[in-house]
Design a protein around this ligand. Sequence first.
Ligand code: BGC
Length: 285
Amino acid sequence: MTAPKQTSPTDSGAPSLTVPKLLTGQKALVTGANSGIGKGVAIALGQAGADVVVNYVDGDEAANAVVDEIKQAGGRAYAHRADVSSEADVAAMFARMMQEFGTIDILVSNAGLQRDSAFHDMTLDKWNKVLGVNLTGQFLCAREAVREFLRRGVVASVSRAAGKIICMSSVHQEIPWGGHANYATSKGGIKLMMESMAQELAPNRIRVNAIAPGAIRTPINTAAWNTKAAYDQLMTLVPYGRIGEPEDIARAAVWLASDQSDYVVGTTLFVDGGMTLYPGFATGG
Ligand code: BGC
């Protein structure tokens, strides 16, 4: 039997599920949390019981709306503007978090962007911007979080781990992506940064993992899903037959941040509807 395919660009048919209370009292920072995947993750961490810093760089109103949604669910939250590619901004963001929440238990390094270009036309600005935010930004935030995890160690009443870092990667840490060499390079870099950190820090009970989303309905890729033609074309790349929603990633993030995944170390969890399964080979080859 073939499962019904969702063909609408606006309704993926994804069921709404409740988020389990796995993170009560934990302190979380989500970067790039005023839209898209980061927004979904921040809200889900709040629903799971965490207090959340909602980082953003542009768009105060959207960030404040995420904060309000977390507060309505009963969690503490505030918005903090910082450019994750700036060492000074990141240091200030963590200093404030220590003041407001006292510590950090969970970092979701999500801030990321695309500046697409044919390779021969790619400017150094586009290259540096994408590497600066997507890769260096994750390095700067992870370094601050790790310093605090090492200082504080395990607090058994909070979590089995001294801290959890979730790096937001992409299917493009594996799938080469013409026209997007800067972006794919940044995600390939995240893979080995995450694995190297995980190896180095596991003895300190710090768990570092990544999520690799496929095509998720967010502002970063609107052109890939907002018309029927684009959506149908996209579905040729997604065996599961629907676009992903931010909540699909958010539920994975809650699990990876919780003690339910305590033995998961240095793994990339692909949440992509099968995009990495070479769907072109389903027939032929
Ligand atoms: C990109 C999206 C793209 C998806 C699948 C993501 O990492 O940001 O633009 O739709 O990968 O190709």
